[in-house]
Design a protein around this ligand. Structure first.
Ligand SMILES: [Ca+2]
Ligand SMILES: [Ca+2]
Length: 179
């Protein structure tokens, strides 16, 4: 990826983040805002103490009680997950259609597939989220999942989810729940 493209991509992500953040903050109860700021403050202190990277650096967005990181790089599913975990988060877990809508908006904007925290690596066809919970309803693209033992990690796009080769390098989204 060229430097110019990377800068453009980063700016686009920032613009999107600002927009989502603004729409979220407007109409949020004061109490909830205070809790968020307290929580961020605590974690900032913790991170300074342990000399780790701040979770609220560029690329993090707040939406419905979670912080999300939208990558500008590409990594394998395992390396993407490691990136999230090193920052106190994990790959995104999509619990409902609002959250799918949120991630869909982002993937539409940058026109690329993103890893999510769903895999059937342990038992073929048994889809599990990174927190160990089993998938109830999904947002699969038509005719997916179709990869059998070859495709065990899930990527999302505007058209929905697809099982894919875990070692392919894609963008990814991390999620850190606040409450
Ligand atoms: Ca599979
Ligand atoms: Ca597939």
């Amino acid at each position: 990826m060229s430097v110019k493209y990377r800068v453009k991509e980063q700016r686009r992500a920032e613009r999107l983040n600002t927009r989502v953040l603004k729409s979220e903050i407007q109409g949020m109860p004061r109490k909830k805002m205070e809790m968020i700021y307290e929580n961020v403050g605590d974690r900032t202190k913790t991170n300074i103490n342990t000399n780790r990277q701040l979770p609220l650096q560029d690329g993090w967005t707040y939406y419905q009680s979670s912080f999300y990181f939208i990558s500008t790089e590409k990594k394998s599913w395992t390396d993407s997950r490691r990136y999230c975990r090193e920052r106190g988060a994990d790959l995104i877990i999509i619990n409902n259609k609002e959250e799918q809508g949120f991630i869909k908006q982002i993937t539409c904007e940058n026109q690329l597939w993103h890893w999510i925290g769903l895999t059937d690596i342990d038992v073929e066809g048994r889809w599990k989220w990174v927190d160990g919970s089993t998938l109830n309803t999904g947002f699969w693209r038509s005719r997916e999942p179709n990869g059998g033992r070859d495709e065990n990690c899930v990527e999302t796009h505007s058209s929905g989810w697809n099982d894919f080769y875990c070692n392919k390098a894609l963008k990814w989204s991390c999620e850190k729940k606040l409450f």
